[in-house]
Design a protein around this ligand. Sequence first.
Ligand code: ZN
Length: 76
Amino acid sequence: MSLHQPVRPRWICSGCGADWPCPTRRQQLTAEYAGARVSLMVYLTACFVQACEDAQAETVGDLYHRFLSWPECRAR
Ligand SMILES: [Zn+2]
């Protein structure tokens, strides 16, 4: 299991202290879900929903950007 796990309710990384998913975890997720982009987005959406419930101070737009905007879109 990755050291870079989210720590709720602030969703900071347990491995490096950055906002989760941190750059390292993003790389790991990209590798873990290679060829399974839909599964990755389902997973990230579930995290996003939990983060919206936890992090009431942050705007949904910021959380959306943080959780869901980073995976490369290779679909054509
Ligand atoms: Zn990290």
